[in-house]
Design a protein around this ligand. Structure first.
Ligand code: PMP
Length: 434
């Protein structure tokens, strides 16, 4: 039974009168699936409650950050204690040192600098890569999202290894004229780009395991190949772990392949989980590279709220609670959901493929394997929209787009997972009928 949505609809109408599309980030608008976005009043553990009083199992988890679930009592207590001391000083504070130490301990980076969003992290990492190498070209992959940085909102040009065109109005051609966009998992394309332009390439930036076209894991050895190719040409390898960091595993995607294959990124970007649901992100890397940043070096980068004491307290508390047991739980819960989705979609005859990297996964509404953005684009988005709404009616809030990961948390217990499993068969039948 569809739940009442009058209060959400009323808020959405008011929101549209004062905010473009009624939302402050496009995918929240349900444009990809149709209908009225649910305005959430509160959340606890694995559950969201909307302004009409409907409860949903949350499979968005704020698009990644809520690793421990919503309103975790220890995170809340730490944040309340931090706020009671004041909220921003514009001076150095202890929590930012402690969070930096925690990140350095868990990842391959030696120094970190805090910012307030993943966009800022990648933007700053690219400036640093250009400043440190004295080169100007940046390589990225189609389907990888690194925030709304001008030079990275780029679409592939007319051929492989030709410079990109803007992916949105408002980005001047000059901003993407130094960006090369390549197909993911395609070694030949990478080799050609570096053969043609290697001495001009400042860095290659990639999602450590792409999650913004659905989960497309790097083929075995692909990240190592990228790191090696960059090294051979004097370019920097920038691994974007905004989504995978402290989520794909305790040590991010790097812990899954870098630590095993023996490569180390030059620079890494972080966000989401490390902010514990507050605006905090970071970029980091080798000490000698990070030394190019002001005030130590000449590459300028700054922020009024960078390293904010409330945000860094939330992140630090979250990371300290993100133990091996949390990741084991995510693995088990994810395995249960993945198996049940596969079973339900198979029973209904819906073409699909489930892909994962570490504890992260997504469901593509197309036959697999999905290796790159072109494969992902073959999805039946109408089938997903029908599936999404049937799940919502069954009390499960999925990401309102077929191109996103499904996020779980340590708080997704048997009751929450049971609700997901119960909703799946009808949703699969709705997808089949779409
Ligand atoms: N990089 C990646 C891999 C991301 O997934 C995102 C956000 N989805 C960003 C960068 C940008 O982060 P933010 O939305 O905090 O600017």
């Amino acid at each position: 039974m569809p739940a009442p949505t009058d209060a959400s609809a009323a808020l959405f109408a008011r929101a549209r009168a004062v905010t473009p599309g009624g939302v402050n980030s496009p995918v929240r608008a349900f444009d990809a699936v149709g209908g009225t976005p649910r305005f959430i009043r509160s959340a606890r553990g694995a559950w969201l409650t909307d302004v009409d009083g409907n409860d949903y199992v949350d499979l968005i988890c704020s698009w990644g950050p809520m690793l421990l679930g919503h309103a975790h009592p220890e995170v809340q207590a730490a944040v309340q204690a931090a706020v009671a001391c004041g909220s921003s000083y514009g001076t150095p504070t202890e929590p930012e040192v402690e969070l930096a130490e925690e990140i350095v301990a868990r990842t391959p980076v030696e120094r970190v600098r805090f910012v307030s969003s993943g966009t800022e992290a990648t933007m700053s990492a690219i400036r640093l890569a250009r400043g440190a190498t004295g080169r100007d070209v940046v390589v990225k992959f189609a389907g990888c999202y690194h925030g709304h940085v001008d030079s990275l909102l780029a679409s592939a040009g007319s051929g492989l290894a030709t410079f990109a065109v803007p992916g949105t109005p408002g980005v001047p051609e000059s901003s993407t004229a130094l960006t090369l966009v390549l197909p993911y998992n395609d070694r030949a394309a990478v080799e050609k780009a570096f053969a043609d332009h290697g001495d001009r390439i400042a860095c290659l930036v990639t999602e450590a395991a792409p999650g913004n076209m659905g989960m497309v894991p790097p083929e075995p050895g692909f990240n190592a190949f990228l790191a090696e190719t960059c090294r051979a040409h004097g370019a920097l390898f920038v691994s974007d772990e905004v989504m995978t960091g402290f989520r794909a595993s305790r040590t991010g995607q790097w812990g899954l392949d870098g630590a095993v294959e023996g490569w180390v990124p030059d620079l890494v970007t972080f966000g989401k989980v490390m902010g514990g649901g507050f605006p905090a992100a970071a970029f980091g890397g080798r000490a000698d590279l990070m030394a190019h940043l002001a005030p130590e070096g000449r590459v300028y980068q700054a922020g009024t709220l960078s390293g904010n004491p409330v945000a860094t307290t939330a992140g630090l508390t979250t990371l300290r609670l993100a133990t091996d047991e949390v990741y084991d739980h995510l693995t088990r819960a994810g395995d249960t959901v993945k198996a049940a989705v596969g079973e339900a979609l198979n029973a209904a005859g819906v073409p699909h493929t489930v892909q994962s990297s570490g504890t992260m996964f997504s469901v593509f509404f197309t036959e697999g394997p999905v290796r790159d953005f072109e494969d992902a684009s073959r999805q039946d988005v109408a089938a997903y929209a029908a599936f999404f709404h049937a799940m919502l009616d069954g009390g499960v809030h999925l990401p309102p787009s077929a191109y996103e990961g499904w996020f779980l948390s340590a708080a997704h217990d048997d009751r929450a997972i049971g609700t997901v499993l119960d909703a799946l068969p009808a949703a699969a039948r709705a997808a089949a009928a779409a």
